[in-house]
Design a protein around this ligand. Sequence first.
Ligand SMILES: [Zn+2]
Length: 166
Amino acid sequence: MDLSTFPIAFAEAREYLHELDGLRSDEWHDSLRNVLALPRATPKAYALLHPDWLELNFNAGTVQRLLGPARFDQTRLDPELASCHAKLIWGYECDIPSSTPLEADHLFPRSLGGASEAGNRVWLCRRHNAIKTNDVHLYPSWGDWKPWLRRALGNRLLVADRMLRR
Ligand SMILES: [Zn+2]
């Protein structure tokens, strides 16, 4: 992330927190459909991803299935990406001498609904990974429709639609 983009990212994170706070459970299903029809992802799309909505709407087995695996496979390191990606999050190159082995972590936090898929994976050294929290203020790409995000929201909508038909 370029340092000059931090204020924009912060504004998106702020909007995310407002969307999360303002959403009502009975609007979740319709909101999913509406947000998936938009040309760009929005902080609201990420708010609809929050595991809280799943727990309110589905049984434990369905929740687990929709959330997917909790962790990344730590062994599939692409050799081209064999350095810590601190810059993506904090805006500077990692030059920590002991920056290996790298660890795979969620770019959009797992605790907020981020999927354990390659598109939401960031490789960090253990030092940077240890300080990466579930704070979304430095999330770099709110506006892009990440395939994992579309897929996660689409799967939630499918299950919600199916329940409604019953
Ligand atoms: Zn690092």
